[in-house]
Write a protein that binds this ligand. Structure first.
Ligand SMILES: [Zn+2]
Length: 344
């Protein structure tokens, strides 16, 4: 375990092909009942072992037990009908079939706490658990009850806080909220987005992170990115607000994206989980490329606050590519650690 430049991924990793169809989001499970429970646990054991073998410092569950990073959480809540699906436009970008809010939402039982406890049993290294953020949740469903994005976001923030506190009690070291919607709905981020995120993280003693990205490497996202021009300055809107917020870590996209690296200056004082691996390309980075990305970022963030990571989750990629990219990430971080005069 390296205390300087600790390496992690953003969260999701490809699942084994015996568990779910590879290469897609919302992929259906191939097992049922007890076999599915056992299969998810086996997949989780494998990904932990692989992350440890590759030298990652902060271990995640690779989201092996979830079908999707947002809808799996929503489908466990009361007030949501997941049979009653509607097609909505997600983040102003692509259509997807999502569950519908039909009544007051509540969390009647823990969603991921058993899975997190299982992950805790597999390793003594720090573990990170990702939850969707309130704004990204409301953007990934259809709402026939509240009819107000803000009102529903506050409800979800309360529910997320309940879940996060139980994840903390189960031994999770870092709780990460995924808020890709922060790169799209800038007025809402300012009006209530950061406030609801802080509500979700309220009272936690463990470190809290927010992940904001330009999405998985799927076609709809890649098409959208092509419209954003030569410089992507979306973070300029959210970073000053997050710099003032109670969140400890900001996870952002960097390598191969058109994000000007000096925007990191806007979150000075926060820990920076920096994307040094492109998840929209199967070309595996060299360790030297990873090291370059990290060196560049070190002009704007202190070394003791830099956490090398991936641009986003790697769920839709092939397992081989994901493993090779994680290996490049840990080796590249090692090069920079050596330059800084620290041995792992
Ligand atoms: Zn992401």
């Amino acid at each position: 375990m390296n205390s300087l430049l600790p390496v992690s991924t953003v969260g999701s990793l490809p699942k084994p092909s015996w568990l779910a169809e590879p290469g897609s989001l919302w992929s259906p499970w191939k097992l049922e009942g007890d076999a599915l429970v056992e299969g998810k646990q086996d997949a989780l054991r494998i990904t932990v072992q692989e992350q440890r073998r590759l030298g990652l410092d902060i271990i995640s569950d690779g989201e092996q037990s979830r079908q999707h990073f947002v809808t799996t959480f929503i489908e466990h809540l009361a007030g949501v009908d997941f049979e009653d699906r509607e097609t909505v436009r997600i983040r102003d970008r692509y259509d997807a079939s999502v569950p519908t809010v039909v009544g007051a939402v509540s969390r009647e039982k823990p969603v991921f706490v058993d899975d997190a406890a299982f992950l805790r049993q597999q390793t003594d290294q720090p573990i990170k658990w990702a939850l969707p953020g309130p704004m990204t949740m409301i953007d990934t469903l259809s709402d026939r009850h509240y009819k107000s994005r803000e009102k529903l976001a506050w409800e979800f923030a309360t529910i997320l806080n309940q879940e996060a506190k139980e994840l903390e009690a189960a031994g999770v070291d870092i709780i990460q909220f995924d808020e890709p919607a922060f790169n799209v709905f800038h007025d809402e981020v300012q009006d209530w987005g950061v406030a609801t995120l802080e509500r979700a993280a309220e009272g936690l003693r463990v470190e809290t992170a927010v992940h904001i990205c330009y999405g998985y490497g799927i076609k709809a996202n890649n098409d959208w990115k092509a419209t954003l021009g030569p410089e992507w300055r979306q973070y300029e809107k959210s970073f000053p607000l997050l710099q003032q917020s109670s969140l400890d870590i900001v996870s952002l996209e960097c390598h191969h994206s058109h994000v000007p690296v000096d925007l990191i200056e806007l979150i000075r004082g926060k820990k920076v989980m920096l994307g040094a691996i492109d998840v929209a390309s199967d070309t595996v980075e060299t360790p030297e490329e990873v090291a370059d990305t990290l060196r560049n970022a070190l002009r704007f963030v202190d070394a003791d606050k830099l956490l090398p990571s991936t641009n986003c989750g790697m769920a839709p990629m092939s397992r081989g590519v994901a493993v090779a990219k994680m290996a490049a990430l840990t080796t590249g971080a090692g090069l920079v650690r050596e330059e800084l005069g620290v041995r792992g």
